[in-house]
Write a protein of this length. Structure first.
Length: 142
């Protein structure tokens, strides 16, 4: 996808409310921008997410709604998070979301450089594939 916009305005609540109530994948996302230097997405988490990492991008996750637990680098770092918090980790940092405590669990994600949807490597390959990890939502015109 090539994003030719030079600017944009997005209603995150509207985008979040357009995501489906259920999913067969762990996440469903909607790209707001998709440029080589960075991508911006809104995504909803439907199931606990096993340890994984992204080899090609750093990730900034702003918690829009919901609550859960999250860890980065080591499961011993597990802590609760909630709306208004920002989670950040560099590429190749193993992270997981073991518990969803309140739904809907929605994040605004900024990935630098852009995150290819196939860029997810599970620590235990039996935990999933890029196809079981995330599904792109195509509703709306953002």
């Amino acid at each position: 996808m090539t994003d030719q916009r030079t600017s944009g305005r997005f209603d995150i609540a509207e985008v979040a409310s357009s995501l489906p109530k259920t999913a067969t994948t762990l996440l469903v996302d909607r790209y707001l921008t998709d440029r080589e230097a960075a991508s911006a997405r809104v995504f909803r988490v439907y199931k606990p997410t096993p340890p994984h990492y992204h080899a090609m991008c750093d990730e900034y996750l702003y918690v829009f709604s919901g609550r859960g637990t999250f860890w980065m680098e080591d499961a011993a770092n597990k802590a609760e998070f909630g709306p208004g918090e920002l989670l950040f980790f560099k590429r190749n940092t193993v992270h997981a979301l073991p518990d969803i405590l309140e739904e809907p669990l929605v994040f605004l994600s900024i990935d630098t450089p852009r995150r290819d949807p196939k860029d997810v490597i599970f620590v235990n390959p039996a935990d999933g594939t890029p196809e079981s990890f995330i599904q792109e939502s195509r509703g709306g015109s953002y």
